[in-house]
Each structure stands twice: as structure tokens, then as C-alpha cells.
Design a protein around this ligand. Structure first.
Ligand code: FES
Length: 120
């Protein structure tokens, strides 16, 4: 599927061990930074489609879902622990002139890629 890089955020605005959510060409994108490295993953948990932002956490190479606590590796999207949820979709990410750029598909995402807001 063709994809294009989009300029998303200044690198200095994503502190180490933090995450931030964006919508890029309609795609929900999670940008996480740990030990200086940037990662871009889909901002939709594969368990019950929760968004990782704003309450998710970045620790020890993984992002934790705020809804039920599933953890996914930043470098390959794999689910850690016994839960066995599907891996997170990852996007290519690069830093250019101090900006974080993320490559997302040129096609709009389907509903299966969009997060939902849990009922409270
Ligand atoms: S929705 Fe993420 S762990 Fe359940």
C-alpha cells in the first residue's frame, strides 16, 4: 500500500519516556520516545480498540494501554505477557531538521483501525 511521510511534531515537544497522539491523514498515530529513539505505532489497542493517549505510559521499551494494562513493544508492536493480543501496526518514522515525520498509508483508514471511546 503506498504511503507518504508527513511532518507531525517537533522532536523537542515529545519528551523522553512520553507519548503523544496525532491524526495523520486520518490515521491515529501514537508517537513514543524512549532513550532518545522515536517510535510510531497505531494509536489503537488490539484488545478493545482503546486509544493509548492521553493516559498510556512508556516504560522499558513498551507502551501500556490505559484501559486494561496490555503492554506492546515499541520496536515491533508485539504484545508482551500472556495476553496474546495481535501486534500493533507500526509506521516508519524519521527525524528531519528537528521534526518527527511519520509515513502513513495514502488510503484512509478503515473503521478497524480507528480507536473507540469506552463507555463509562
Ligand atoms: S483495550 Fe487495551 S488492554 Fe484492553
Amino acid at each position: 500500500m503506498p504511503e507518504t511521510y508527513h511532518r507531525v511534531v517537533l522532536a523537542q515537544d515529545v519528551p523522553d519516556r512520553s507519548l503523544a497522539g496525532f491524526v495523520v491523514n486520518g490515521w491515529p498515530v501514537l508517537i513514543a520516545r524512549e532513550e532518545g529513539a522515536f517510535h510510531a505505532l497505531i494509536n489503537r489497542c488490539t484488545h478493545q480498540a482503546a486509544s493509548f493517549t492521553p493516559d498510556g505510559r512508556v516504560r522499558r521499551g513498551a507502551v501500556m494501554c490505559p484501559l486494561h494494562g496490555a503492554r506492546f513493544k515499541l520496536d515491533n508492536g508485539e504484545c508482551l505477557g500472556g495476553a496474546g493480543y495481535a501486534p500493533l501496526l507500526r509506521f516508519s518514522v524519521r527525524e528531519v531538521d528537528g521534526w518527527i515525520e511519520v509515513a502513513v498509508p495514502d488510503e484512509a483508514p478503515g473503521a478497524e483501525h480507528l480507536p473507540v471511546t469506552p463507555l463509562s
